[in-house]
Design a binder for this molecule. Sequence first.
Ligand code: PLP
Length: 302
Amino acid sequence: MTVAHRLLLVVHPPAGQHDSGHHISSLPQLIEADPDAPQVHVLDVSATRGDGIFETISIGRGRPQALHAHLQRFARSARMLDLPLGDLSVWHDAVHQLAEHFVDVDEAWVKPVLTRGIDGHGETAPTGWAYAAVSPDFRREREVGVDVVLLDRGYRSDVAESSPWLLAGAKTLSYATNRAAVREAQRRGADDVLFVSTDGMLLEGPTSTLILRRGDTLVTPPPSFGILEGTTQGDLFTAAEQWGLSTAISPLVPDELLAADAAWLVSSVRHAAIIRSVDGTEIPVDAGLTAAMNGFLRSRRD
Ligand code: PLP
């Protein structure tokens, strides 16, 4: 059987195709579209201003993983940006519809996107789509690990409370700074980044959540520090408790990472990437727990 490697569903038609006066919640449409054909208007604010939100959901053998948590976070991001998300069940159906094309593939991913729409056409109507593809091979990150540098994010750890307009903790399309941080890591001879707040707290990676092991406890920094609440971290903490480990959400500083018994950057699609060094200093690797984590993450169903 041939496997479709890339698929696109337009969740709501672009604003220009909207019947004016219709609210997006009354237009719960899913339209299959050609991922190789141009689909986004050049004036869509996702392209011109990065004004929109997204999620990236892993698919294991055709089943979306942590879908409920991803959609809850999608809805939270929409609220933070004052974006009308419409009916969440439409997004749920879009993700499932795409995922079903990947039953013969071990690992794939789907990315729902919602933008504020097309600029300069009076009142904008949101544009939405979901795109799916087969996952890259992440064996090196999962089995060998990544070298990480600590980079100052330039915000205090209370940024979410002090400056909500900075949208810290929302999953917006404005990832240019996150990509720039990874390029800075590469210039320094590393692979990935762990952001630190100006007041010295460990935060998150540009596309991942930090988890470290201290004895029998897994620890991750609190989302109240203006970081994304990780769906992968959430699922791993549930599994860890079943494996007899304790879990804690608690502030962490760089010295605690250097003294950790093991540490990971976890995320959908890449799953648990081992942190093998921090700013050039090696830290211990727990190969057994990493294999258990990735085995569990790969085989999750919903
Ligand atoms: N933090 C950031 C900034 C991210 O972009 C991501 C995922 O892309 C994560 C954390 C991890 O989130 P999840 O585990 O839900 O994929």
